[in-house]
Each structure stands twice: as C-alpha cells, then as structure tokens.
Design a protein around this ligand. Structure first.
Ligand code: ADP
Ligand code: MG
Length: 558
C-alpha cells in the first residue's frame, strides 16, 4: 500500500510532540479520553438540533482495554466517528483540530463542553506506542476506515469492517527500555489511577474491565479471580461536592484538567451562594501570567455553566478587567440553558453574580495580603501592574476595591509596603504621602530630589512603573492624605530657617540669567534651592504633571 508522507513541518512537529511538549508520558491517556468525550459530545450536540437523533445517555460511553499479551491498549468510544476526509484532515495534519472546526461550523463556539482545540493531543500517543491504529465509523456512514501510523514516516488509510458508529484507538505499547517502563501502560491499576487523576470529571462513563478476587465457592481460605467491568470516573462535577470533602490537590487537579493554566494556582476560592442569587463557583488566582496576559490578545473570562452544562467557556462579564487574571468556573441554576450571548450579557442574575464574585476576590486578596504576605508578593509581582491599571482606568468605582491591594517599594522598609502601612507610620507633622519616580530603585535612591524628604525622616514610595503615578493620581488621596512627588515645586516642608530663600539669588543673578538663556524654552526658571544637601542641582516641576509623567505622556500616541 502506498504511504502518504507527512509534510516536512508535520514531521518536525510530530518529533517535537513526541519528545518535548509533554513532561509526563501518562497524559496520552487524558488526551485520548478527552477526544472520546468530545466525540460523544458532538453526537449529543447534534441530537439537540436534529429530531431524528435520540441521545440516550446509556448508549454512550468510553472504554479502556489493556491486553498484556499482545501489548495493546485500546480506547474505544461510541462517539461521532470520522469519515475518510476527517481522518486525513484531523489526524494527517498536525495542529488541525476537527473539534475546533466543529464548534465553528455549528456556531457553538462556546456552548457545550467540547475540550479539543489545539489539534495536537492525539499525537501524544506516540510517546508510548510504536504503532497507532484508528478504526472509525462516522455517524451516518456505512463505511469504516482504518488509519495507521508508526510515527514520523507517514500513515495509511484503508476501508475496514466496523459494526457500530464510533472510534477505537489501538496503541501498540513500546517495549521497556532501560529507563522507561512502558509496561505500566498495560497495567490495570496504573491505568485506573491515570484516568482518575486526569479524567474524573468526564461526563460520560469510562469503563474498564478489572480483575477482582472473591472467595472460592465452598472454601473459606481459597480465592479465585474474576473479571468485572467498572466505571472508573466519578463524573460528578467538583463544584457540586462539599468543600469539606475536597483537598487542595483536588482543586489543583481540577485546575490542570480544565487547562486553566500550566502553573500551580496560588490560591483557590470555592463559593456556594444560596440567596437572592444561587451559584457555585471555583476560582483560582494563578501563580504565573499566561504568555499573552499583558497583550490585547488576552481574553478574560470564567467558564459559565448552567445547571452543570457548560454554556460559555469564557464569560467576560463575570470579571472586572482588573481581576482579569482570575480563572475558574461558575455554575448557576438560575440561568436558562438556551440563553444567547447577548441575553446573557444583560442577565440580571449574571450581574449580581459578577458583583458578588468581585467582592469575594477582593476579600481573598486582602486575606492573602494580611495572612500570607510572601504569597501575596508573588501574586503582586505578576499581577500588580494590572491592579494599578484598574485604579487608573476606571476612576471612582474601583478605588474602594483596589487602594488597599496596591503596594509600593518603600525607602524606609526597603520592600513593598501598603498605603495603610505607610500612613500608619507617618509622623504627625508630615502632610503628604511622598513618592519618587525613576527607572530603578537604585536610581531613585540617588535622586537629588529625595534628599530633603529623606532628611526630614519621611518615607518615600518608589515608583518604577509608568502606570504608578497615573494610578495614584486617580486615587487622589489615601485616608485623606494627598500624594506628592518629591520633584514637586511645593513639598509642604517648612523652610530651613538658616537658609533664606533669597540667599545667593542676587549675587548669582548673572549666572542664573546666563543658564536660562542657554536652556531657553527647556526650563521655566533657574533658582536657588533649599532642598539640596549633597547635589549641586536638581529639576523640579510646577503643577500637577511631574517630569516622569511628562516622559510617559510624550511616548504615547496622540
Ligand atoms: P484536539 O482534540 O485539540 O482537536 P487532537 O489532536 O486531540 O486535537 O485531535 C484532533 C482531531 O481529531 C479532533 O479535533 C477530532 O476532530 C479528531 N478526533 C480525535 N480523536 C477522535 C475520536 N475518538 N473520535 C472522533 N474524532 C476524533
Ligand atoms: Mg484532543
């Protein structure tokens, strides 16, 4: 039979897939089971819109079968199957996702629980198998096909017999090597634990035949082995479970399985509200930002379920922009299933839920800041900028939420401090909350403008991000204390009596006039300063816009 070669890029990609994308070989099973679940979901979805199709849950399942003697592991599903074209498109082209296309073609982009989207999971099978065989019959088709490949050198497709609609994937498991024990993927107990670990919330039963022991009939101390089919996964969504039954690991597992992120979440929140609005939610604060987080491409949102059925995989209205890093899901009985996206956005319940969630996140962050400063700092280093943008962009309503979450580096403490901590340390005669802007903490340390304030014993907050100064300008005050830049013309610090303002003004007039004429428009005035101790000269600004802000503003497009 003639072999169809993979395209060159595909060969390279496949090689990468097999050797470097996944750090744990065991996830191949998660991927195959996800695909099987997607295939059943597709029939379920079709049945919703096609009266001639019935969806009887009992007929739909996934089965995992290990055969030690022949070294094969099979994953079977009663899902939608694939036509010959689909086999070529989906399994012959790497990074082509039939599931993504299905969601697009059926305009169900977000509705329903179809997991697949990247078009690479299937190939993870080659991490543990020498040969992968796919036998599949598509819904509505009489012909079945067999796709087979031993990896990078290509695949074959030929017609075969298959009684029922669905797909069977058969892996010829690799022989053990010195450092890899592929045998474990033929071991029932090992397989069961992998399924539990990754696929416990798959909504269709994952069946497996297991060997059990029972006392031999007529004997008290002899046992016999027998085979029995069992459903391995619990299928019950984690958010329906009681908090007390769940461990941190359960939440972490859920985070991973839902692909909320590739990191380990810093904190989680399990919310069950049963009042004017009823909902369950599991929310996570990630440890790391997604690679596109600070770009326009990043989409915020939570998964939204209605009564256990996913209706939107990213409901953006559930989160304010400044909490866009939060991942997780919300399930509410009070939303109706057939709701369209527009109606959802105006949904009163949804607004209530969003407000409720926002408050819970604020409380959780405040708690972290108070009880686990180290964790909070880890969080803040990654997402603090977003909080500051929040304070800046939506003046007024965000202030309450955000002002206490902000932290800045302190000249005195040499670490990040909150505004509350700053204010609590202010001596009575100190009028303002002082800050200094610069590129790095070191550079700010050396700024001549900081001298007078520091000498007075006042603490200075160091602003090294562009957004810092804009953010606090929007806050205007904290606990009725105004913010003041150390480069401001008026520092609100009483004049040093030993030095008269006019000291040196007249005798140096000629020098100042000369400097002014050289600098021209660049400066408004050249005068004697009282704020300097060790530096000969410094720049100060009059009015609201500081020198640092001007720099930022100048780089912005008009
Ligand atoms: P993804 O699941 O992200 O789309 P995969 O590489 O896992 O990527 O699978 C590629 C495509 O192959 C799927 O989108 C789907 O169209 C098809 N496919 C894989 N496994 C099955 C299956 N068991 N039944 C039907 N189609 C499948
Ligand atoms: Mg997949």
């Amino acid at each position: 039979m003639e072999k169809t070669p993979f395209k060159a890029e595909s060969q390279r990609l496949l090689d990468m897939m097999i050797h470097s994308i996944y750090s744990h070989k065991e996830i191949f099973l998660r991927e195959l089971i996800s695909n099987a679940s997607d295939a059943i979901d597709k029939i379920y979805y079709k049945a919703l819109t096609d009266d001639t199709l019935a969806f009887d849950k009992d007929n739909y399942y996934i089965q995992v079968m290990a055969d030690k003697e022949n070294r094969t592991l099979a994953v079977l599903d009663t899902g939608i199957g694939m036509t010959k074209e689909e086999l070529e498109d989906n399994l012959g082209v790497i990074a082509q996702s039939g599931s993504l296309a299905f969601k697009r073609d059926n305009e169900v982009e977000d509705e329903h629980g179809i997991i697949g989207q990247f078009g690479v999971g299937f190939y993870s099978a080659f991490m543990v198998a020498d040969v992968v065989t796919v036998i599949t019959r598509a819904l509505g088709s009489d012909t079945a096909y067999k796709w087979e490949s031993a990896g990078v050198d290509g695949y074959t497709i030929e017609p075969v017999d298959k009684e029922t609609v669905g797909t069977e994937i058969i892996l010829k498991i690799k022989e053990n090597t010195e450092d890899e024990h592929y045998d474990e993927y033929l071991d029932e107990y090992r397989l069961r634990s992998i399924i539990k670990k990754y696929s416990d919330f798959i909504r269709y039963p994952i069946k497996m035949e297991v060997t059990r022991q029972r006392p031999k009939e007529g004997s008290e101390d002899e046992f016999e082995e027998y085979r029995e089919e069992e459903t391995v996964n619990s299928m019950v969504p984690i958010w329906r479970k009681n908090k007390s039954e769940l461990t941190d690991e359960d939440y972490e597992k859920f985070y991973m399985e839902k692909h909320y992120g590739f990191d380990k979440p810093l904190a989680h929140l399990h919310i069950s509200v049963d009042g004017a609005v009823r909902y369950n939610a599991i929310l996570y604060i990630p440890e790391r930002a997604p690679f596109d987080y600070y770009t326009k491409e990043y989409e915020k949102g939570l998964e939204l379920y209605s009564n256990g059925v996913l209706i939107m995989s990213k409901a953006p209205d559930l989160l304010p922009d400044y909490y866009s890093f939060v991942k997780g899901m919300v399930d509410s009985e009070d939303l109706s299933l057939n709701i369209s996206r527009e109606i959802l956005q105006q949904d009163k319940q949804l607004k209530l839920i969003a407000k409720n969630i926002k408050n819970k996140i604020t409380k959780e962050l405040e708690r972290l800041q108070k009880d686990d400063r180290e964790k909070y700092e880890t969080f803040y280093k990654v997402f603090g900028t977003q909080l500051k943008y929040g304070a800046y962009s939506d003046y007024g309503s965000n202030k309450e939420d955000l002002q206490d979450l902000l932290m800045f580096y302190s000249s005195k403490e040499k670490k990040l401090v909150t505004l509350a901590e700053y204010v609590s340390r202010m001596p009575e005669d100190q009028k303002y909350i002082y800050y200094a802007s610069g590129e790095t903490y070191d550079r700010i340390d050396k700024l001549p403008q900081t001298e007078l304030v520091s000498e007075k014993g006042y603490e200075i907050l160091y602003f090294i991000e562009d957004v810092d100064e804009f953010a606090i300008k929007m806050l205007m005050t904290y606990k009725e204390k105004e913010f003041r830049s150390v480069s401001s013309g008026d520092l609100g610090i009483d004049a040093d009596d030993s030095k008269d303002e006019s000291d040196g003004e007249s005798e140096n007039k000629a020098l100042f006039d000369e400097m002014k004429s050289i600098l021209g428009d660049k400066v408004k005035d050249v005068r004697v300063s009282k704020r300097l101790k060790n530096h000969p000269v410094c720049l100060t600004a009059d009015g609201d816009i500081t020198i640092e802000m001007e720099k930022v503003l100048r780089t912005m497009p008009n």
